[in-house]
Design a protein. Structure first.
Ligand SMILES: *[C@@H]1O[C@H](CO)[C@@H](O)[C@H](O)[C@H]1NC(C)=O
Ligand SMILES: *[C@@H]1O[C@H](CO)[C@@H](O)[C@H](O)[C@H]1NC(C)=O
Ligand SMILES: *[C@@H]1O[C@H](CO)[C@@H](O)[C@H](O)[C@H]1NC(C)=O
Ligand SMILES: *[C@@H]1O[C@H](CO)[C@@H](O)[C@H](O)[C@H]1NC(C)=O
Length: 321
């Protein structure tokens, strides 16, 4: 078993205008950019908002459950939900991973990540290893992996500053590098390395191994600047291409193919595969958002959409634990 880590890379770009593809269907219409959707086998649907459009997160829901064409705050009003994505540590509180029990809609557990993050950290995704009880998180702000023992809550930070978790090239959208309002570029986007999870798990109990993990990292695929990934039941990885408005599929043997290309797929962020064999693609237009636009101007065009495309294969059991 391998853990795949996505960092930055520039593929060869063919920046001719993508056209629309009728296989791409509108699933949701939104006023606010979403950088993630999740479904459950029973048919519940959750939407994560990314307020890069200049709206204030304060007092507005970050996660909603989609019921009757409306976003209902989740898990409930009054519960301070700090979701794993786009959480930055302040002076008092570090990022947290929050577990919500879907049968009761109550917060079941909060993992404090303060000890394994830095002020510029951005914990933006997690994968689970049910066989060993470990979770693996990416720190996309600084460039590192975090190995979390889901039972004890203890976590370690590994591959900090390694090329596999760092800035191979900065992220880019619609053919242009993303820049902050002060002109800086951002770390970590495309180019994929992998490491066998047995080494991450062993490093959890062996600090000298933790310090020499880089020797077990292998290059895997020259993936493009991306907003997010998803893994299917056959172990293939779907990667959004934020320059070409496309979705690429990387087979377990490393071969890359384009699944779909469509001009509407503007910065597809974290994707999701539902049990009815659809790939969900939130077109977040993040590159047009306030943090990434020259002069801090919001260039996002509303309404925004979450799209789906049939891929003929269901989700990975470990992607959705
Ligand atoms: C959604 O619509 C159904 C059918 O009209 C209704 O029974 C249900 O109460 C609605 N749920 C919410 C949360 O509004
Ligand atoms: C963080 O580290 C301190 C000092 O080592 C320790 O006492 C504390 O339990 C740790 N907290 C977590 C959540 O791991
Ligand atoms: C810890 O890892 C080091 C480096 O890989 C290895 O030499 C050592 O045998 C390991 N210790 C244990 C107790 O497995
Ligand atoms: C990789 O796997 C895919 C899917 O099974 C297959 O179509 C392709 O030919 C393989 N490529 C190589 C180089 O083996």
């Amino acid at each position: 078993m391998y853990l795949y880590s996505v960092i930055a890379a520039a593929g060869l770009l063919s920046l001719t205008q993508a056209e629309t593809d009728p296989r791409v269907q509108v699933a949701l219409t939104l006023d606010t950019p979403s950088n993630g959707v999740s479904t459950t086998p029973s048919g519940r649907l959750f939407v994560l908002y990314a307020r890069v459009d200049g709206t204030q997160a304060q007092g507005l829901p970050e996660v909603v459950e989609w019921i009757n064409d409306t976003g209902v705050p989740f898990p409930q009003r009054g519960v301070e939900l700090v979701r794993r994505q786009h959480v930055r540590p302040g002076h008092d509180a570090g990022p947290k991973l929050v577990v919500v029990d879907l049968s009761t809609n109550q917060v079941k557990r909060v993992y404090n990540m303060a000890n394994v993050t830095e002020s510029a950290s951005l914990l933006d995704d997690i994968r689970f290893n049910p066989a060993t009880g470990m979770g693996y998180l990416t720190d996309a702000g600084v460039g590192a992996l975090i190995v979390l023992d889901l039972d004890s809550g203890r976590a370690i930070r590994v591959l900090d500053g390694d090329e596999s978790t760092g800035a191979f090239t900065p992220p880019s959208g619609e053919g242009t590098l993303l820049r902050s309002s002060t002109g800086g570029v951002f770390p970590a986007s495309g180019g994929m390395f992998r490491i066998e999870t047995q080494y991450l798990d062993a490093a959890f109990y062996n600090s000298s191994l933790a310090n020499t993990l880089a020797q077990y990292v292998e290059p895997f695929a020259l993936t493009p600047s991306t907003g997010g990934t998803a893994i299917d039941a056959e172990g293939s990885i779907y990667v959004s291409d934020t320059d070409r408005q496309a979705i690429e599929k990387v087979y377990a043997n490393g071969t890359r193919v384009t699944v779909v290309r469509d001009e509407r797929l503007l910065w597809v962020d974290a994707m999701w595969i539902s049990s009815d064999e659809k790939l969900w693609m939130p077109a977040a237009q993040l590159n047009r958002g306030v943090p990434f636009s020259p002069g801090g101007v919001n260039r996002i065009v509303t309404p925004l959409h979450v799209y789906t495309v049939d891929i003929g294969v269901g989700p990975s059991g470990i992607d959705h634990a």
